[in-house]
Design a binder for this molecule. Structure first.
Ligand code: GTP
Ligand code: MG
Length: 379
C-alpha cells in the first residue's frame, strides 16, 4: 500500500501534526474525536491505509508517533482525539529549553531509543513502507536537536525510504527566543518554503496541514495522477491558467523570498478538483534558488551572535564546541553557494555534467531524498 509513518516532534511539530490529522480525517470521512468512519464514499477508504492504521470494525488510528521532551503538548492531543495511540507517545521529563544541544545531546537523546522502537513497530506493521514525514520547528530545542538525531538514525536504519520534512523556520515576525538562529543553523539542511501573511499559529498550522493534505492527495485517493512524496503541490479554486499564475506568484510563497530574484530549478504542478484530464495532468514541483535569501538571513543572524559569542555558554555547557557552529555555518554557506551557482546556470550540488536548469526532475528528487526537505516556515 506504500504506507507513510508520521513523526511529530516538539511543540510546533505536534501542533502542525494535529492540524494535519484534522484535515485528512475530514477528507477520509473519519470522525476526528472518535476515530470512527462516518464517510459516504468507498473512495475515502480505498487508500486510507497510506496514513491511517485500521481495525476490522473501521476504527482508525493515526500512524503517528507523538514526540516531545516535555509531556504537556502530547497530553493535550491525547485529550482531543482518540485517533492517537497512547503507546505511540514518547515524552521526556522536561523541555529542551530552546536549546539544540539539549535536544541533540541530553534531553532529546534520552528518548531517542524509545522513538526508534516505536518507529520500528509501526514500520513492521505495514505492507510496504514508502517513507517518513517529520513535522517540527527548527527554532526550539526539541524540534531542531532531537529531530536531527532522529533523522540521522532513520537514514541509517531505513536508507531506501524517503524522509520528507515539514519545517517551521524561525521568522523575523514571530520569533520568541533570541537563540533561534543558533538552533536553526545547527539543524538546517536544504529547505524549500512558501509564504503568506499570518495571523497566528493556528492559521499557519492549518495552511501547512492543507498543503500536506494537497501534496498527499494522490497518495490517499485513487485517480489518474500518479505521484509520490517527492512531488509537491499548491492548490486553490480557479481555471488552470489562473492557478498556474498563482503558483508562480511571490504573494503565495510562505516565506520571505522573492521568486524574481532566483531561478526555478524544477517545476511541477498538481491540480485538484473538477477539470479535464488534459488540464489536470500537469505535475509541478518547485525548487527555487530564491530560497537562498532565507538561508542567508539564518546565516547572518547566527554569525552576528557567534562573533560576540552571545549565549554560546548554553550550548558549550551541554557539551558542544564552538567548532560545531563554524562547521554548520560552512555547510549552510555551501547550500547558499549551490543555489547561487544554479541561479547562474551552473551545476546544482557541485556535480559535473549538465547545467542546473537542464537537469531532469529526477536529479533533484534524488537530492531531496538524501537531504530530506519539503518545508514550510512561519514567515
Ligand atoms: N508553525 C508553527 N510554529 C510554531 C508553533 N508553535 C511554536 N512555533 C514556532 O516554533 C518555534 C519554537 O519551537 P517549538 O516547537 O515550540 O520548540 P520545541 O521543538 O518544543 O523545543 P523545546 O520547547 O525547546 O524543547 C518558535 O519559532 C515558534 O514561533 C505552531 O503551533 N506552529
Ligand atoms: Mg517545546
Amino acid at each position: 500500500m506504500r504506507e507513510i509513518v508520521t513523526l511529530q516532534i516538539g511543540g510546533a511539530g505536534n501542533a502542525i501534526g494535529d492540524s494535519f490529522w484534522h484535515v485528512i480525517s475530514h477528507e477520509h470521512g473519519v470522525d476526528y474525536p472518535s476515530g470512527r468512519f462516518g464517510g459516504n464514499s468507498p473512495l475515502q477508504l480505498e487508500r486510507i491505509n497510506v496514513f491511517f492504521n485500521a481495525t476490522a470494525s473501521k476504527r482508525f488510528y493515526a500512524r503517528a508517533i507523538l514526540i516531545d521532551t516535555e509531556a504537556s503538548t502530547v497530553q493535550r492531543l491525547n485529550f482531543s482525539s482518540q485517533l492517537y495511540r497512547p503507546e505511540n507517545f514518547v515524552v521526556g521529563l522536561e523541555s529542551a529549553g530552546n536549546n539544540f544541544a539539549r535536544g541533540y545531546h541530553t534531553d532529546g537523546a534520552a528518548i531517542l531509543e524509545q522513538v526508534l522502537d516505536n518507529t520500528r513497530r509501526e514500520v513492521e506493521s505495514v505492507d510496504s513502507l514508502q517513507g517518513f514525514q517529520l513535522l517540527h520547528s527548527i527554532a526550539g530545542g526539541t524540534g531542531s536537536g532531537l529531530t536531527s538525531l532522529i533523522m540521522e538514525a532513520l537514514v541509517e536504519k531505513y536508507p531506501d525510504n524517503l524522509l520528507c520534512n515539514f519545517v517551521a523556520i524561525p521568522s523575523p515576525n514571530m520569533s520568541q527566543v533570541v537563540v533561534e538562529p543558533y538552533n536553526a543553523l545547527l539543524s538546517t539542511s536544504a529547505l524549500r518554503n512558501l509564504k503568506i501573511k499570518m495571523s497566528g499559529y493556528e492559521h499557519i498550522n492549518h495552511i501547512v496541514a492543507l498543503t500536506m493534505s494537497g501534496i498527499t492527495t494522490c497518495l490517499r485517493f485513487p485517480g489518474q495522477l500518479n505521484a509520490g512524496l517527492r512531488k509537491q503541490q499548491q492548490f486553490s479554486k480557479g481555471t488552470v491558467s489562473e492557478l498556474v499564475q498563482q503558483i508562480f506568484s511571490s504573494n503565495n510563497i510562505l516565506c520571505s523570498i522573492d521568486l524574481r530574484k532566483g531561478k526555478l530549478l524544477t517545476a511541477a504542478g498538481l491540480f485538484r478538483g473538477r477539470m479535464s484530464p488534459q488540464e489536470v495532468d500537469q505535475l509541478m514541483t518547485g525548487n527555487t534558488s530564491a530560497i537562498q535569501s532565507l538561508f542567508q538571513r539564518l546565516l547572518d543572524g547566527s554569525m552576528a551572535m557567534l562573533r560576540r559569542k552571545a549565549h554560546l555558554h548554553w550550548y558549550t555547557g551541554e557539551g558542544m564546541e564552538e567548532q560545531e557552529f563554524l562547521d554548520a555555518q560552512q555547510e549552510l554557506q555551501a547550500i547558499i553557494d549551490d543555489y547561487k551557482s544554479s541561479a547562474e546556470g551552473e551545476n546544482f550540488g557541485g556535480d559535473s555534467g549538465r547545467g542546473g536548469i537542464e537537469r531532469s526532475p529526477d536529479d533533484y528528487e534524488e537530492k531531496a531524498a538524501t537531504s530530506g526537505h519539503c518545508s514550510f516556515c512561519t514567515d
